[in-house]
Structures are given as C-alpha cells and as structure tokens.
Design a protein around this ligand. Structure first.
Ligand SMILES: Nc1ncnc2c1ncn2[C@@H]1O[C@H](COP(=O)(O)OP(=O)(O)OP(=O)(O)O)[C@@H](O)[C@H]1O
Length: 923
C-alpha cells in the first residue's frame, strides 16, 4: 500500500488531529461549557455587584433621575442616636463660648426651640473655645454629629461657626449625608436664635427650606461608578483562565501519557500537531470572546455598547488567543497534567498583581524606559488591561464617543498614558506577543526533554542541516537545567556463547564486506545505549546519578517473515533496544539498519517510521476516544489513502475482536481490550516491521490465545520483534529467540536450540557400592544403550510410548538469568545466604549454582563437599534460592571459578563463604 506523503499528508494529519481535538473537547462537555459560556456568569456577577452597589448608594440619588425634589422646611436638630454610626453616650451637639452669658442664653434657646423636640441639657456639652472642643473630639471620637462655636464680638455682632464630621456613613443601602442631615439644621437653629437675641424678639423667625436640583440620572452612571471598572479586568483575566488551564492540561496530558510520542512514532508532522491545536483553540476562543461581548451587550454595559463591537471583540479575542499561546509555552515546561491548575492559578495571580500596577498607567509614561515598557507588554494581561482601561475610559466619559475603527490610532485627550500606547498599538502588541509566545513554545518543545528525556540541542535552529533535513538524528538527553554527566565509553564484552559469537561475527563480516542480505529486515550493528547520569541542582542538595549502560553492544540480524522474540529478566534492556530501534531514544554507539535505513539518520528514521508499527509496553491511548477513533486517527497520521482507511479500520477491529466495542471509549476498556487495541494500532498500514513490547500483558488465557493467532497471522510478509515475559508465548510464536540479561545478548537461536543448549536436561543420581566405581562406563551405557534397552524391554515394563522432553524454555530463561546475576554478583560482591540442612550458613554470590563448602575437606573427600543450589525468580523478577541438592563430593576434575578472599566469617565454623564450582561445563 502506498502511503501518502508531503503536503497531502500534512493536510490529512491536520484534519485527523483537528477532529481528535474536537472530539476530546466535545467529550469533556462541562469544561468546554465553562470555557465558552462562563462569561455569562461573570457578566451576570458584575451586573449583580453593580446593582448592589447602586442600591447601596441609592440615597445619593446620583444614579436615578430626580424630577420632583422634596423640599425640607426648617429641619430640626436630629437626636444624636439618628446618626448611622455613633458611640454612646452621645450628644446632639457641643458648643463653645460658654463664658458669654448671651451665648449661653442663645444655646439654651436653641435647645428649647428645637422644632418638635426640645433638647435635654444632658445631650449637649459646652466648652470655652474651639481648641477645647477639638481636644474633646480627639478624646471622644464619634460621639457627636456637630459643634457650634460662638463669639460675642460686641452688642450687635455675634459670630458663629459650625463644625461637623464630613465622612458620610452607610446603613442598609442608604447613605447619610452629614451636610444635609446635621450641619444645615444646626446652622438654621444658630442663626435663628442669634437673630432673636440681637433683635430682642423671642418670636422673630423666617421660613427656611432647601431642596436638591431636579436633574436627570447621571449619564453613563454604570461607567462612572462601575463594577466593570473595578472588577472587569480581573474578571476577564479569570475568564481567560478556563481556556488557558484546559489547553495546558490537554497538551501536558498528551506529553505525560506519551501520546505525543506515539504520534511522532507514527510520523506526525509537528506542524500538523501545533496547527491542529491552534486552529481548534482559535475557534473556541472566537466563540468564547463573542459570547462575552454579546453577554456584555445584553447586560447593557456601556463598555460593550458605546465602543465599536469589532474593536471590543478583537481585543478580547486577541487577548485570549495570547493566553493560549502562553499555555503552549508553559506546556513544554511542566510534565504533569495535574500541575496545570496550579500553573493557571499562578499565572492568574501574577496577572492580577500586574493588572493592579497597570491600572495606574504603569509603565506607559515618559518616566519609564522603552525596555521596561517592552518587557511589561510581553505579558498579555498587561496590554489587555491597558486596552480594557481605554475602552472603559471612553465608555464612561460623557460627551466622548467610544472607540471605533476611525479613532483607534488617536490619543485620548485627557489621558497621558494613551499616547504611549494607542489602541491600535495594543492590537499590534497582542498580535506580536502571540507570535512571540508561539515561536517560543515551538522552540521549548524542541529543546526541553520529552517524556523519554530526549531533546534537540539549544541552537538546533542555527544549523543549516536542520532546515535541509540532511543531518544525523542529533538529539541530546537530560534536562537543559541539569549538568549531564559525561557518558563513559561503552563497554563491549566478548560473549561466551558460541551462537551469539557466531551471529556477531557474521553480522560484522557482512558489514565489512558491505553485503546486504535481501532477506534480512534489521541489521543491528553493535547497538549500545548508555543513559547519561545527571546532576540536579536542588535548593538544598545536589543529586547525582551515575550513567547507566542499559544495552552493551548488540550484534544480530532479524530476518523478514520472521518473528524474533526478545526475552530477558526485568531491566535486561529489551525496551531500551526497541526504543533505540524506533527512534524514541538516541543510540550511544553502534547503529541499526532497518530495510536499508540507518536509525542514526533523521532521513533514515523518517523512512523507518513509515514502515514500522509499534505496540508499546504501556498502552498509549486517550481515555475519551473509542477504539475506532484511535484507529482512524493513527491511520490518517500514518498516511493511508483516505478511501482505504474505513475498511482497514473495520478489518483491524474485527481481527482484534473489538468490533462490538468499536464505539466505546477506551477509558472503560479492560486491560486486555486496551492491549488488543494497541496491537491493532501497531498493525495499521501493513508495516514491514512490527515491534510488540509485551503485547499480551494483562490478558486472560483465551484472549491471549486469540492475540497469538493474530500475531501468527500477521507474521506473513513482515518481521516482528516481540518482547515478552511469557515463555509459552515465546515458545509458540518465536521463530528465533534471543535472551538478553544485563544489557547483553546471552543466547540466540530457535527454541529447540536454546533448550538443548541451556536446558538443565535430566539429572540421574547413581550411588556405587564400595570398591566398585565405574562412572565412565555407566555414562557411556546411558548414552549408548539405555534407550535401546528400554525399548527392547517395553513389554516387560508395559510401556506403550516413550517421549523425551527437553527442558522448558522457562528453565533456559532461568538459567540465563541466573548466569547473568552471577556475573554481576562476582563483580559487585552481591551475596546471599544459603542455609544448609547441616546447619551451616554459606554466603554465596547471587546466581551461583554449584557451591563448595569450605572446611569440609578430609581424607575421603580431599576437595570437600558441594551442593547444587536451586534458583527461582521472585515476584519482582529477582533471583532467589528455592532449595539445594543433597551434599555431594567435589569431583577432582572441576575448577573453582570464584573463591572469596576469606572463607570463614566471624567466630566458629557455622557461617562460611562458599566457593563457586564450574561443574556444569564438565558434566
Ligand atoms: N531513562 C532512563 N534513565 C536511566 N536508566 C534507565 C532509563 N530507562 C531505563 N533505564 C534503565 O535501563 C535498564 C533497562 O531498562 P529496560 O526498560 O530497557 O528493561 P526491560 O528489559 O525492558 O525491562 P522490563 O522487562 O521490566 O520492561 C533498567 O535498569 C532501567 O532502570
């Protein structure tokens, strides 16, 4: 099948990824609803706050029209208890000038003649002069609404002054105006009684009334005293956070779950990936900005009504789009999707603080330097706040028309800061910062390690080869903030196994001769992988990890039409080998040629990606997508012709028995169903080489058998590399098996070959009578005559059939794993204790099979006693002792392959260190 490439593939991938984004958004309806329409609740909230503020301030009447103002006629001095806030005991008024008899009489008259309520003497306090009154105020705060100060100048002139607290108080939505409520009645009373005293007529009086202006409600009342003015910018910032956090979460989830890596392995173009998110988020941002502006208009906010619709919408749209590109940048910096909310909160907090600073006009003044203005404007909430400020200013100034296209370049006449940042400059900034953050996001995406710890060099874009695509697969490992330790040279050890050696020699020779065997799919040439050690600088301590050699030089080839099974205990290096072959991890040394393409070349790797299928060790799936949607997506990414995708997906679903669950989301699948889906994904596009990393993990026996059938079927016409921990699986499926341990290939061959070479075979223990010991004769009898005679005497023993069973592959595996463990233990000194039935505790290297017991030598057994130790793997895959054979004498012809420096431990003979005896190669 010809896969699509170039621009048509880019378009196909873009469409598929866009659809994926749409589905993911659709499936998380609540979050999407919040992202799109939470503006309604925010605007409603601002509206309610606005209404509450207006209701709170209703007595000032500034927000309602006053057509028929009420006249107040000679209002009385109110009791001090009427004050909205007063401390008890309180006084109706205090006065000074009490050394004048005439003044004292005037005050008495004020108290007695107060309309409707004579004032009792205990509610009034007198002083000598104003200074005393001020001192009293300081020591008795808030105990009186006002004071009168009298000075008798001469017989015809009495001066007076009124003093009051100008702070207005509020109570249950009503405002208290101290001038009207306290000052005016005091003034009227003082003037009336002074006049009566001067004229000498106790009934002298005049009518006094006052009332407010009749006036319409203040134009732009909401704008002048506006909740939107106060809370708008911060609410709009909060609103943009929904999209920001969701986008950040989606991107980091795809990185964290290695979904991005899986798509890269399938050959997705970065351009298609980023564009698909950008366009989709652009649409969501468009809708959410539109809804916000419309809701603002519905709720009749001047900002949205007075300014041009397009101008307002564009500001909100550009700002939210900027926040999305900021989310792109931050997605490269965090590795856990659970951190998205925390990061969102931090960005909001920073935005909130900078908004407060921006509201003062900072830094768009001539006192601030251009670099400060530039840096400040890079953070989108700052420019946005400036923009909202302009819109609010234009909307709430009576007589000034709102901002529209014709005046976006104009400075606001009354605003100094507006000329440093006119409205069209705000747009230019928002467009510029969008591109700035977006380019930075792509740069960070390349230079910050991905889920496998791999990244591009910091200056990768300066290399011409990057743009021409002709360079080697130049990637680095480790964080840019941590010092990567030097990678030691790869330790190439000569293998002891004959088959492995032969394979290595053959591959090397073919490489030297330049022979390319057409029947071989993969040539592995000394592939080695060392994970670099890193030094992480924390705040309190510095953690160092040593480099780790996970694969130590593999030489082998894998034929076409063959299933090669890679076995090995945990940590053997199987997944690392697959990661290197699939381009997930860069190789440290060596190379691999897959259908003529080197994995070290980026061009080679992109060719390889087109012909491989990978079922990773852990399922890499979107919980919210169904199996059908997964297959459609990956088929499109792979470049299958659009017309062929549907039938291929249907066939794959049928093959892995997921047709019935095709429309069900993968999140609700069982472990086995997920594995089957992963296998189906690996088989998309008829790949010539398929990697199956533990494909049947977690499956029940029936499903596993079924998947084996699928794999058997898929063998035709392609090479398969399969890793597994199931020996049965390897035995049934593997045409060739390689067992790795500690990063090295320990054996290679067909199942039968391995069993015959590494199986433990049969052990027959024969005891001889004293003085008669013909062991050699017995061995030859076993080899030459035993089965012959057994067959001859079939009827005597009643035998109907004789089957010779070789050791199982499991035994071979255990044997290899044990040997690898012994190899490391003798180097690293890893010892375990073997408890003998005789009561002796023997310390032996991990994995030692035949162990000599020091101190057991005597005349009868000159070389002493030995036992065979039986090993098994525990739940974690580590070797552990399962038992030991009866004690037997050490034959004279065997060598000791490991002898500890000191054999006796501590006092006494009960705890010793055993020697390791090479009994296997001699018997
Ligand atoms: N990124 C890494 N950095 C450092 N060491 C690593 C890294 N990845 C793997 N290793 C180490 O490399 C060794 C080989 O790991 P690998 O995953 O290849 O083993 P495996 O044979 O696939 O094991 P399993 O059967 O458990 O999957 C292990 O000791 C592992 O701890």
């Amino acid at each position: 099948m010809t896969l699509r490439g170039g621009f048509p593939l880019l378009c196909q991938q873009f469409t598929a990824l866009f659809k994926k984004n749409l589905l993911l958004t659709w499936r998380s309806k609540r979050a999407t609803f919040l992202q799109l329409f939470s503006s309604f609740f925010l605007i409603l909230l601002i509206f309610c706050i606005q209404e509450a503020m207006e209701a709170n301030d209703e007595t000032s009447a500034s927000h309602t029209s006053v057509t028929d103002p009420k006249a107040l006629a000679s209002p009385p001095i109110p009791p001090c208890e009427d004050k909205f806030f007063v401390r008890r005991p309180c006084f109706d008024f205090v006065w000074s000038g009490n050394q004048s008899r005439r003044v004292t009489d005037i005050v008495s008259a004020i108290m007695a003649n107060n309309p409707g309520r004579p004032i009792p003497s205990e509610k009034v306090q007198s002083f000598k002069g104003p200074e005393e009154v001020d001192a009293w105020f300081l020591s008795h705060p808030l105990q009186v609404p006002g004071a009168l100060h009298f000075v008798e100048r001469n017989a015809t002139v009495i001066s007076y002054g009124v003093q009051t607290n100008s702070t207005s108080e509020k109570k249950r939505g009503r405002a208290e105006d101290p001038t009207f409520k306290f000052l005016v009645p005091l003034q009227i009373a003082a003037e009336r009684e002074i006049a009566r005293s001067l004229i000498g007529d106790a009934n002298f009086g005049w009518g006094f009334g006052f009332k407010e202006f009749a006036r319409p409600a203040i134009v732009g009342g909401r704008g002048n005293f506006s909740a939107l003015n106060i809370m708008g910018p911060v609410f709009f910032l909060a609103f943009s956070m929904f999209g920001f956090v969701l986008q950040l979460g989606s991107l980091v989830t795809e990185k964290e779950l290695k979904l991005r890596q899986a798509m890269t392995m399938m050959g997705v173009f970065d351009t298609a990936y980023w564009l698909s998110w950008l366009v989709w988020e652009g649409i969501l941002t468009f809708i959410s900005s539109l809804s916000l502006v419309l809701f603002g208009m519905i709720f009749q906010f001047e900002l949205f009504l007075k300014n041009s619709f397009v101008v307002v919408f564009l500001l909100f749209f550009l700002f939210q789009f900027n926040m999305i590109s900021l989310a792109f940048v931050l997605s490269s910096l965090i590795s856990k999707s659970s951190s998205a909310t925390t990061v969102g909160f931090l960005v909001f907090l920073i935005g909130f603080i900078t908004q407060i600073v921006s509201a003062s006009g900072y830094p768009y003044k001539d006192t601030r330097s251009i670099p400060i203005r530039v840096v400040w404007s890079l953070f989108p909430p700052n420019t946005f706040t400036a923009g909202v400020g302009r819109l609010l200013g234009a909307a709430s100034t009576p007589g000034v028309s709102g901002i529209n296209w014709s005046n976006i370049g104009a400075c606001a006449a009354d605003d100094d800061t507006a000329c440093f940042l006119t409205f069209n400059q705000i747009y230019i900034w928002l467009v510029g910062t969008f591109f700035f953050w977006f380019v930075l996001a792509i740069y960070f995406d390349n230079i910050i390690p991905n889920a496998s710890g791999v990244r591009k060099p910091i200056f990768y874009f300066l290399k011409p080869s990057y743009w021409t695509g002709r360079e080697g697969n130049k990637v680095e490992e480790g964080s840019i903030c941590s010092c990567t330790g030097s990678v030691p040279p790869v330790e190439h050890m000569t293998t002891e196994d004959q088959d492995v050696l032969e394979e290595e020699t053959l591959v090397k020779q073919e490489a030297i001769d330049g022979i390319v065997d057409p029947n071989v799919a993969v040539h592995i040439h000394g592939l080695a992988k060392t994970y670099p050690g890193t030094t992480k600088l924390g705040c309190c301590k510095c953690t160092k990890t040593a480099p780790f050699q996970a694969v130590k030089g593999l030489w082998m080839k894998i034929a076409k039409d063959q299933l090669f099974c890679l076995l090995g205990p945990n940590g053997a290096g199987k997944t690392t080998t697959i990661s290197c072959l699939t381009g997930i991890n860069p190789v440290t040394a060596g190379d691999a040629i897959i259908y003529g393409n080197s994995i070290r070349s980026s061009v080679g790797m992109s060719n390889i990606r087109k012909m491989i299928g990978v079922c990773p060790q852990f399922d890499i799936l979107w919980d919210a997508l169904s199996s059908e949607e997964h297959l459609l997506l990956f088929a499109s990414i792979k470049g299958l012709p659009p017309s062929s995708i549907k039938p291929i997906v249907e066939k794959l679903l049928a093959d892995v028995k997921l047709t019935g669950a095709a429309k069900i989301r993968a999140g609700s699948y069982s472990g086995g169903m997920k594995r089957r889906l992963s296998v189906a994904i690996a088989l998309i596009g008829d790949p010539k080489l398929v990697f199956l990393d533990e494909p049947t993990t977690g499956m029940d026996p029936i499903t596993r058998r079924h998947v084996w059938d699928i794999i058997q079927e898929s063998k035709k016409g392609r090479a398969i590399i399969l890793t597994t921990h199931s020996m049965e699986e390897a035995d049934i499926l593997g045409d060739r098996i390689g067992i790795m341990a500690k990063g090295r290939l320990r054996c290679i061959g067909t199942s039968i070959r391995l069993k015959s070479r590494f199986g433990t075979g049969f052990i027959t223990t024969v005891s001889f009578i004293e003085n008669k010991n013909d062991a050699a004769g017995l061995k030859s009898f076993f080899k030459e005559n035993f089965f012959g005679e057994l067959q001859e005497r079939e009827s005597e023993f009643g035998i109907s059939d004789i089957q010779i069973g070789l050791a199982t592959l499991e035994q071979v595996f255990l044997n290899i794993a044990r040997r690898a463990a012994l190899e490391s233990a003798t180097v690293e000194g890893t010892m375990v204790t073997l408890e003998l039935e005789s009561g002796i505790s023997v310390e032996i290297p991990l994995g030692a099979r035949f162990v000599g017991i020091p101190g057991t030598e005597n005349a009868e057994n000159p070389r002493g006693i030995m036992v065979e130790v039986y090993w098994q793997q525990d739940g974690s895959g580590s070797m552990c002792i399962s038992g030991h054979s009866p004690e037997m004498q050490i034959p004279h012809n065997v060598a000791v392959i490991y002898e500890p420096s000191s054999q006796v431990l501590g006092r006494g003979q009960r705890r010793v260190r055993g020697t390791v005896i090479d009994y296997e190669s001699n018997n």
